[in-house]
Structures are given as C-alpha cells and as structure tokens.
Write a protein that binds this ligand. Structure first.
Ligand code: NG1
Length: 495
C-alpha cells in the first residue's frame, strides 16, 4: 500500500500502470476525464486529512435497470446493467473509532459517527445514513465470523460521485456499496462479492427503504458490455450480451424521486401490498389444496407447479378484480383490521400506511409483478438471440404495466417515454423505483443524435417549460441529464 501523495504524483504523471487500470475499467476514451476525477479526489483528501496514510480507493457504479421493475423483492428476476458513472470513496484508517465522512459535493455536509456494534442512524433523510448502512452491514458480518475483532478502527472517508443523485440510477446503493467496500479493504476482510451483495441488500434497509437486492448486485457484479439477468433467493447472475449497434440512453425527467423523503412511503407501499397478496394467496391455496400449500413470496408460485386452472382459481379467490378494502381483507384472512395493520402496514418508524380511498388495488399489482417477470425472461432470451425489436416492445409493455397496474409512473415519465418512442427509440420505459427519476431508451447508433435533439426540444424545451417553468431552462447542459451508458465492471478496489 502506498501513501496518498505518491499515488497522486503517479496519477498526475500518467503512470502506465494507473492508466492501464483506469482504461480497463472505463475504456480508453474517457481516460483524461477519469484521471482528473481521481486526481481531484486524492488532492482534496490530502488537503482535508494531511496526516492520513495507507489509503484505499474503491469505486461502486450506479446501474440502470433495462427491465424488471419491483420484481426483485418478490424474488422474481430483473435485468439491469452497471454503468460508467460511479461513486468513488477514498478511505484511510484512523487510530480511534470515529468515522469522518466528507463529500466533494457541497450539497452533502460533513458528518461524523462512531463505530459501535449497533450504530444509531442519523435523522431520516441524512446522506450519512448510507455510509452507516454499509459499515453496519460489515460489522454484522464480522460479528457472525468468530475470528474477527468486533470493534474496527475508525476511518477518514472522502466521497466523490458523477452519478446524478435521486435520478433512478441507484446512487444510494452505490454509496452503500462503496462505504462497505472501503471498510472491507481497509481492514483486509475477505468476502465474496456475491455474498456482499446479498448482505448489503438487507443492510440498505437500515435507511428505511424496503427494496430487493437488484441495485447492490448490479453495482457489485457488473461486467463490461454485459447486462445482468439476476435471480434471487439465492442470488444468481447470468451475463447477457448488450446489442451491438445500439446505445442505452438514460434521460432524467428532472422529477426528483427522493427515496429518502416523500417517495419513500409511496415506494414502501408496494412491498407491503405484495405481502398482503401473498397472505391472501396462501389463504386461497390452503382452502383449495390444503395446509402444506403456501408461499413466502410471489416467486414461490412457480415452485408449486400449479396448472393454469388451479392458479387462476386461487388468484380469483384471493384477489377479485378491482380493489380490496381492509374490511374485506380482514374477512378473507380471518383476522382483525388492527392485526393486518400491525403485521403488514406498520412502517419502520411506527406509522401505519393508510388504506387508499378506493381500497388496495391488489389484483392489478399482482398482474404487474407476474407479467413483468415473464417480460424479463423473454427479454433476456431476445437479447441472446439478437431480436432487438422484441426487446424494445417488451420495454414499452413494461412501462405500460408500471404505469397502469403498478402505478409508479407520473405524467412527466409517461410523456418522456412517448417522446422517446417518436424520436426513434426501439424501446423505452421508466427505470428504477419510479415516481420520477429516469427513463431508459434503447436507440440505434445512427439515430442517437436525432433522438437527443428531439428529446431535448420536445421534452425539455417545450413540455417542461409549460408544465414546470420553475425548473425549465433556456440553456440546458444536458451532460448529466441525457446519458449514454456503457456497461462497466462491478464495484471494486481501484488502488
Ligand atoms: P431505486 O431505483 O434504486 O430506488 C428501488 C429498489 C430496488 C428495486 C427498484 C424497483 C432499493 C435500494 N432499491 O431501486 O431494489 O425494487 O426500486 O425495481 O430500495
């Protein structure tokens, strides 16, 4: 391990080793930009923590999900790719047990916390909780491994990111992964990436979201030029080739999907609704087939090997078309409304998710999850067979299902998808949790310029200007708003 200064000098002097390392991660085209980013991180670290030595630099990429939304926490597949925008963390050990956390981006204020067996969270919404989530996960892992000391040394950490925050590109999971990896490498802990992905999927719940494992797996297990078809319970990853002659383009709607705040409740409702669906299906299965027929999550329906008629009967009995009120759900589950609220609708903070005025639209939620899982399987096959227009059709269908059945879209995202289609995208859909954030589009190489021009004019200059004049601008810098994404290697130590 080297110190910060010689590493910075080697970077500024373009040492062959360093250039090769960065090119193998990002490709040769962006090497100057990457050298600049890393140099800024190192020089700022030197300035902020002049006494530090033995630094570790880790990176964790964001991801874009090509297809498979809100399927992961149901145990059903997703197909994301890790992208060429990432979070860098420079870490060095301290002599005490304090973590000093700073960010090159001034929107994220400095924070400090102590490494203890149970690290108490900062207030809800504080960015430092993502660091704590990563560190806490590693502490819990170590506690389960008898040979490790439980109290780790503190760390000086400096974060740099070129991932737009709250943009549906999983900057939050990348931050958790990078903090965990920093802790792992500073302390020379041996842990397989797939295991780490699994632990961090649960570990990120520390911040209060109830997601599945897609983001952490995509960030850690990505490969250059490949999408990942990910299955869960247990985690399995299959690499799927991205089509040559096409670009994956991400367009930020500029509607902020801040999962730490308002959108958190909207997001967390969906896993709760899915758990209610599972409970209702278990009741119906028990009546139809007997005590032993039960599922833990929607993915388990496949394991029961029901024929179409049996499945349809169970679904019709459990989830009649339309919405279900709490009264009806309580009758079906033969339990009280209070019990349902306690078991299924109580948030981490102790609040109770209210019943929507028309009841819970559980049948349509079920419809989305199951049909989306089929689309993922089909899209993976279509990619392998080079049937790109089929992949595109599945993306449009996915968006429709996310919008109509799962209700995670918004007028801006719907509009952007429609404009993307007219601008020549072979497929387009919202990506990530929804309620704002980004649209992902698959666009033929030769149409990229035209696509960008049309989206810029129709969405940003015309539509947004009318609907959100407060955020519209005459002179857009679109470099962080319309991104052409390449699939990169997964998260790892760089230096
Ligand atoms: P993003 O877009 O990163 O908020 C969330 C969940 C995923 C998945 C998607 C929807 C977290 C950390 N991530 O992603 O697990 O459920 O929504 O497909 O909660």
């Amino acid at each position: 391990m080297v110190s910060v200064k010689p590493l910075l000098d080697a970077l500024l002097g373009s040492s062959t080793e360093i250039v090769q390392e960065l090119s193998s991660i990002y490709g040769a085209e962006t090497i100057d930009y990457q050298k600049q980013r890393y140099a800024l991180l190192l020089s700022k670290f030197l300035e902020l923590y002049p006494q530090s030595s033995h630094p570790v630099v880790v990176r964790a990429p964001g991801r874009v999900n090509l297809i498979g939304e809100h399927t992961d926490y149901n145990g059903l597949p997703v197909m994301p790719m890790s992208i060429n925008r990432d979070i860098l963390v420079l870490a060095s050990a301290r002599l005490d047990h304090q973590v000093h956390l700073k960010n090159l981006d001034e929107r994220f204020p400095d924070c400090q916390y102590e490494i203890a067996p149970q690290i108490p969270p900062f207030a809800k919404g504080e960015w430092g909780n993502y660091s704590k989530a990563g560190v806490q996960t590693i502490l819990e892992y170590l506690a389960s491994q008898a040979e490790f000391p439980q109290r780790l040394p503190g760390m000086n950490l400096l974060v740099s990111s070129d991932l737009p925050p709250s943009g549906g590109l999983s900057s939050s999971s990348a931050l958790v992964v990078a903090n965990a990896l920093g802790t792992v490498h500073i302390n020379q802990i041996q842990i397989e990436k797939a295991l780490l992905a699994d632990l961090l999927a649960k570990g990120e719940r520390y911040v209060g979201t109830e997601g599945g494992g897609m983001d952490q797996a995509a960030s850690l297990l990505g490969e250059r030029g490949q999408a990942l078809k990910i299955d869960f319970f247990p985690l399995r990853v299959k690499h799927v080739p991205l089509p040559t002659g096409y670009k994956v383009i991400v367009v930020n709607s500029l509607v902020k999907a801040e999962k730490t705040r308002a959108a958190m409740e909207a997001y967390n409702r969906r896993p709760r609704e899915c758990r209610l669906i599972v409970a209702l299906l278990n009741r119906a299965l028990r009546t139809l087939k007997g005590e032993k027929w039960r599922i833990d999550r929607l993915a388990d329906l496949n394991k029961l090997k029901l024929d179409d008629h049996q499945l349809q009967t169970a679904v019709d009995q459990a989830l009649p078309p339309g919405c279900l009120g709490l009264g009806e759900i309580s009758r079906k589950l033969e339990t009280s409304v209070q019990q349902i609220e306690a078991e299924y609708l109580t948030t981490k903070e102790g609040g109770i998710l209210s019943q929507p005025p028309q009841g819970f639209p559980l049948r349509q939620r079920y419809q989305h999850v199951l049909s989306e899982a089929k689309r993922v399987e089909e899209a993976a096959l279509a990619l392998e067979n080079g049937q790109i227009s089929r992949v595109g059709d599945l993306m449009f269908e996915s968006h429709r299902s996310c919008a109509k059945d799962f209700e995670i879209s918004c007028p801006e995202l719907d509009n952007l998808v429609a404009i993307a289609r007219e601008a020549g995208a072979v497929g387009a859909r919202l990506t990530g949790a929804g309620f704002g954030g980004c649209v992902v589009a698959l666009v033929q190489d030769s149409l990229v310029d035209r696509f960008t021009q049309i989206v810029k004019r129709r969405y940003f200059q015309e539509y947004l200007k009318t609907v959100h004049p407060e955020i519209a601008s005459e002179s857009w810098d679109l470099s962080d708003i319309i991104l052409t994404c390449n699939a990169t290697k997964g998260a790892d130590r760089v230096f």
